[in-house]
Design a protein around this ligand. Structure first.
Ligand code: DGL
Length: 258
C-alpha cells in the first residue's frame, strides 16, 4: 500500500538543500518537509552533546510533522548524533550522510584524496572509521572548510571572497597531489563554481555525495514499503527554528537551486 506521508530532510541551515534537490529529482512523487534549523547554524564547531540535542529536537519536529522517514542532510549532525537518533527513533528509517571517501579512494590515480568538512565531522569516529576502512594504501588529507558555511548562508557563493576562501582551503591539497576532493559538508556543493575555478585545468574530480544519498532513500522506501502513490502530486514544505525571514530564504534558495 502506498504511503503518501512526507520525507523529512534536515540540516543546520541551507546546506541540506543540496540533498533535498537530489531527493526531489530522484523521487518526484514524494512530498518533502525541509527543516533548516537556522537558529543554531553553524553546527561545525559546537560540542558533540549540543549537536545531539539539536538533532534530537529537529527529528522530533519532523516526526510531529508526520514524516515517514528522515534524511539527516548534515554531515556534522550525522557524525555526532546518528547512533543516538537511530536508537531513540527506532521505528523511523533514518538516512545519514557518509563522507564519500570510498568512491574517492576507488577513483584516485595519484593515491591522494582530499576531504573537506567541518571540524566536528573530521574529528568524529564516523570519518575516522570510513577513512580507515577504504583508505588503506591511500593518503587521505583533510582540511576544515573554514568560512564555507558562512558564505553559503549569506548567499555569497559567487563573490571574490568565496573564490579566495576556497583557494585558501583547497590549494594545499592540490599542491600535495590530491586528484579527488570529497565535499564532506552539505553546504559545500553550493560553492561548486568557485571549487571548479580553483582546480581548473587540472585533472581533479570534486565529489558530492548527495546523489548517492538520494539513491539510498529510494532503496529504503522500497525496503520498508513506504513509497508514495506514483500518481501523487507532491508538496514541498519548508520549516525552521529561526524566523519567517529565514524560512523564506530556505524556500527561495531551494527554488533557485533546481
Ligand atoms: N551542512 C552541515 C554539514 O553537512 C553543517 C554545516 C554547519 O552547520 O557547520 O556538515
Amino acid at each position: 500500500m502506498a504511503n503518501n506521508s512526507p520525507i523529512g530532510v534536515y540540516d543546520s541551515g541551507l546546506g541540506g538543500l543540496t540533498v533535498w534537490r537530489e531527493v526531489r529529482r530522484a523521487l518526484p512523487t514524494e512530498s518533502l518537509v525541509y527543516l533548516g534549523d537556522g537558529k543554531n547554524c553553524p553546527y561545525g564547531s559546537r560540542p558533540r552533546e549540543e549537536i545531539v540535542r539539536l538533532a534530537d529536537e529537529a527529528v522530533a519536529r519532523l516526526v510531529a510533522e508526520g514524516c515517514k522517514m528522515v534524511v539527516v542532510a548534515c554531515n556534522t549532525a550525522t557524525a555526532a548524533a546518528i547512533d543516538f537518533l537511530r536508537a531513540k527513533y527506532a521505528s523511523l528509517p533514518i538516512v545519514g550522510m557518509e563522507p564519500a571517501v570510498k568512491p574517492a579512494c576507488l577513483a584516485t590515480r595519484t593515491g591522494i584524496v582530499g576531504v573537506i568538512a567541518t571540524e566536528r565531522s573530521l574529528d568524529g569516529d564516523l570519518f575516522r572509521r570510513t577513512a580507515a576502512r577504504y583508505g588503506e594504501g591511500i593518503k587521505v588529507i583533510t582540511a576544515p572548510g573554514r568560512g564555507f558555511v558562512e558564505l553559503v548562508e549569506e548567499n555569497r557563493e559567487e563573490s571574490d571572497e568565496a573564490l579566495e576562501t576556497v583557494h585558501r582551503v583547497v590549494d594545499g591539497m592540490v599542491a600535495e597531489g590530491a586528484d579527488q576532493i570529497v565535499l564532506g559538508c552539505t553546504h559545500y556543493p553550493f560553492l561548486m563554481s568557485a571549487l571548479r575555478r580553483v582546480v581548473e585545468g587540472r585533472n581533479i574530480s570534486i565529489i558530492d555525495p548527495s546523489p548517492a544519498v538520494a539513491r539510498r532513500v529510494a532503496q529504503l522506501l522500497e525496503k520498508f514499503s513506504l513509497a508514495a502513490d506514483p500518481r501523487q502530486t507532491p508538496t514541498y514544505q519548508f520549516i525552521t527554528f529561526a524566523d519567517e525571514e529565514y524560512r523564506l530564504r530556505l524556500e527561495r534558495k531551494a527554488l533557485s537551486s533546481l
